[in-house]
Design a protein around this ligand. Structure first.
Ligand code: XMP
Length: 531
């Protein structure tokens, strides 16, 4: 994830809306707190606990603060602390897991390690009432929650009382009504805490008094104003990839600045079936957006000739993309701004639990990414949004469902779904197999239940028999996964009947493929793409 300091162009959009500040201590699920809040109409931002100086917090003017979970232990000397100022602003605070412990510790309570560890589903007994359980849980009830902790509070700070307890966490929910401080030992933000969203909503709406007026309609109108203010009479180029993010960014920009926007679509010849035609039809014909469509497939395929190493493929495509993009934007006379479909998860500054660099598994290349050395200012109209919010905005803008609801597609396209050398012939074979597979998925009504589904053309030939003849053709693999963010993934459990139908169609209809396999590897240990 990249680090991005807020400046005038990226200052919180929602100045007119109620805001909640989430301080991140590095939990894997902190982003889900933000999602739950946004779902209830509350604008919020996630900042690392150590990138929240007093002036920045005061400038953000939140109505309340949430302290996230995290992997550290309060009992370790070097473990993170909340900025002291948050306890001096008179604002409501909700501490979740580590956030609860750090709040208790900083306010004079005691936290100890070495107690019963609780991970996963747990049950708690509601022993009292408070503002965040109001209307959700009743005293005496036993409720399901999701825990993930080793430490626990053993002495409450002054002014706090217990609202719910479990065997492993006697202080599962704590409250200080006077100061409006609340803490949960469990994670309300995950779906495994069935009433978690309602508890969070009580915190934001009842305790913090948020009105929940953060809607996509409001976002659209405000963002248009903001783009106009940033761009003035400047010219903007936007790299279109056919994917959801760049499509939504382009249509939003066009609504804001009309013909000051030119979109550049670099076709590397490794798109899915009919994708290029659809991009041109949608953006040029339907939305009337100035669109440069550069068919650079010969160039890309030529330079990929003989390249078999996955990283070299990615680097070659990335380099060529930038070269072609630069060429095209020079042809149109240059621009003052480069628009990108950067999303909020890319902007959130991450907290590294270990402080160490992470390993590069694959060098991801986003078509439409920022060509280094280009001296243009950035316009990033989606940098406040999560992927699902971008889809809502896309629908609000009238972008066809075929684009808004489309599965993610990697920048290097089919090249990384053809292990070994990429050729036009192989790309054509793969495109055909892939389109049959996706057609069957759509016909079965399964498309939206799947995060990503695609075919892979394998670099092995196998023997088959068709009619009276022997065949010696390529094998292909089908992949389909469910996921929430692409970081982890589960295999989609198709029925055997479905798989055999698709396999039958592919072998019968695609010349060059005589065998079909289904990839049943989850991520980890596999990755979603094959290269
Ligand atoms: P992996 O294969 O790493 O993929 O499990 C995770 C998600 O990222 C997509 N992906 C890419 N997206 N440029 C992109 O824009 C890339 O180079 C790239 N490589 C993988 C992949 O499709 C999946 O959604």
């Amino acid at each position: 994830m990249t680090h991005a300091a807020p400046d005038a162009a990226t200052a919180p959009l929602a100045q007119h809306h109620d805001r909640i500040l989430i301080l991140d201590f590095g939990s894997q699920v902190t982003q889900l707190i933000a999602r739950r809040l946004r779902e209830s109409g509350v604008y919020c931002e996630v900042w690392p606990f150590n990138a929240a100086p007093e002036a920045r917090i005061r400038g953000f003017a939140p109505r309340g603060i949430i302290l996230s979970g995290g992997p550290a232990s309060v009992t370790e000397a070097e473990s993170p602390r909340a900025p002291e100022v948050v306890f001096g602003m008179g604002l409501p605070i909700l501490g979740i897991c580590y956030g609860q412990q750090v709040m208790a510790h900083q306010l004079g309570g005691t936290v100890e390690g070495g107690h019963l560890r609780e991970f996963g589903r747990a049950h708690i007994d509601v022993t009292g009432d408070c503002a965040i359980t109001q209307g959700v849980w009743s005293r005496g009830a036993r409720e399901q929650v999701w825990m993930s902790h080793g430490d626990r509070i053993t002495k409450l700070p002054e002014g706090f009382r217990v609202v719910a307890a479990s065997e492993g966490a006697p202080f599962a929910v704590i409250a200080n009504d006077e100061r409006r401080y609340y803490g949960t030992m469990f994670h309300p933000e995950v779906v495994h805490t069935p009433h978690g969203a309602a508890l969070l909503r009580n915190f934001t709406h009842i305790v913090c008094g948020c009105t929940g007026d953060w809607t996509m309609g409001a976002f659209r109108a405000e963002m248009i104003e903001k783009i106009r203010a940033q761009v003035g009479s400047g010219r903007v180029v936007c790299g279109l990839s056919g994917g959801v993010d760049s499509s939504v960014a382009a249509v939003l920009l066009h609504e804001a600045i009309g013909d000051q926007l030119t979109c550049i679509y670099v076709d590397h010849g490794l798109m899915r079936a009919n994708e290029s035609e659809q991009v041109v039809a949608t953006f040029r014909d339907r939305f009337n957006i100035k669109l440069v469509h550069r068919d650079a497939s010969d160039l890309f395929l030529g330079q990929l000739s003989g390249v078999t190493d996955p990283e070299r493929k990615r680097k070659t495509i990335g380099r060529l993309f930038i070269e072609v993009f630069e060429e095209e934007q020079t042809k149109i006379g240059g621009a003052d701004f480069l628009a990108q479909g950067t999303l909020y998860p890319d902007v959130i500054e991450s907290v590294s639990a270990t402080g160490g660099p992470s390993v590069t598994i694959k060098s991801h290349h986003n078509v439409g990414g920022l060509p280094e050395g280009m001296r243009m200012k950035l316009v990033e109209p989606l940098r406040d949004l999560f992927k699902d919010e971008v889809r809502v905005l896309g629908r609000e803008l009238g972008i066809p469902e075929a684009i808004v609801g489309r599965h993610p597609f990697p920048g290097p396209g089919l090249a990384i779904r053809i292990p070994g050398e990429v050729t036009k012939e192989k790309a054509d074979i793969l495109r055909h197999a892939d389109s049959i597979y996706l057609e069957e998925i759509r016909n079965a009504g399964l498309y939206d239940a799947i995060w990503q589904a695609f075919a892979v053309l394998l670099p092995v030939r196998t023997v088959g028999v068709m009619g009276d003849g022997r065949t010696y053709d390529s094998a292909c693999a089908l992949r389909a996964v469910t996921s929430t963010d692409g970081m982890t993934a589960d295999v989609y459990p198709f029925s055997m009947e479905f798989l055999t139908r698709v396999a039958g169609r592919i072998v019968n209809e695609v010349r060059g493929i005589n065998r079909v396999t289904y990839d049943i590897t989850s991520k980890p240990p596999g990755t979603i793409e094959w290269e």
